[in-house]
Ligand binder design. Structure first.
Ligand code: ZN
Length: 174
C-alpha cells in the first residue's frame, strides 16, 4: 500500500469527470487499497480516485463502520435536506455550512464487479454525495452561494500567498 499526495484546488484533475471503470482486476484492488491508506493518513471519511490524480470512477470511505469502496456509483434516490458544516481534503482547512439531501441511495459495484446498493443518512449520506460530486468533476465550492463563493476565493488566494491564518481542526468529509 502507499500514501499518495492529495490533489488540491486549482489542479485540473479535480474538474474533469472520471471515466467508468471497465476492468475489475488486481490493479483496481491495489488502487482502492492505496486510496484507503491515503484517506486514513489524511484523515478523511471518503476519498475519490481523482483526488490522487486517477481519472477512474470509484471512491473509498469509512464513516466509522469500517472501510468500503464503490465503483461506478450512481445517485439513484434521495429524501429530505440537511445542513452540515462540510470540508474537503482538496480544499484544505476551509469549511462551509452546505445543504444537501438528508438521505440518499447509491447503486454501483464492488471491487469484484458485483452490483451493490448503499442507503445512507447523516454523515454517510453527506460523504456519498461529496464523493459522487468529485467523480463528476465538482468540488463543494459549487454548492456555495454567491457571497460564500466570493469569501472562499478570497481565503484560497490568501492561502496561496501564505497569508492565511491557521485553519480549524474540523475533519473534512473527503
Ligand atoms: Zn472532497
Amino acid at each position: 500500500m502507499a500514501v499518495y499526495p492529495i490533489r488540491t484546488f486549482g489542479d485540473p484533475v479535480l474538474r474533469l469527470p472520471c471515466a467508468e471503470v471497465t476492468e475489475f482486476d488486481a490493479t483496481l484492488r491495489k488502487l482502492a487499497d492505496d486510496m484507503l491508506e491515503t484517506m486514513y493518513d489524511a484523515p478523511g471519511v471518503g476519498l475519490a480516485a481523482n483526488q490522487i490524480g486517477v481519472q477512474k470512477r470509484l471512491f473509498v470511505y469509512d464513516v466509522g463502520d469500517g472501510p468500503g469502496a464503490i465503483v461506478n456509483p450512481v445517485l439513484s434516490g434521495h429524501r429530505g435536506e440537511w445542513e452540515y458544516t462540510e470540508g474537503c481534503l482538496s480544499v484544505p482547512d476551509l469549511h462551509w455550512p452546505i445543504v444537501r439531501f438528508a438521505e440518499v441511495h447509491v447503486d454501483g459495484f464492488d471491487l469484484d464487479g458485483d452490483p451493490i446498493s448503499i442507503d445512507g443518512d447523516e454523515l454517510m449520506a453527506r460523504m456519498l454525495q461529496h464523493e459522487v460530486d468529485h467523480l463528476d468533476g465538482r468540488l463543494l465550492l459549487s454548492h456555495l452561494d454567491r457571497r460564500q463563493h466570493k469569501d472562499a476565493m478570497r481565503a484560497l488566494r490568501r492561502r496561496a500567498m501564505g497569508l492565511s491564518e491557521a485553519g480549524d481542526d474540523r475533519e473534512p468529509v473527503g
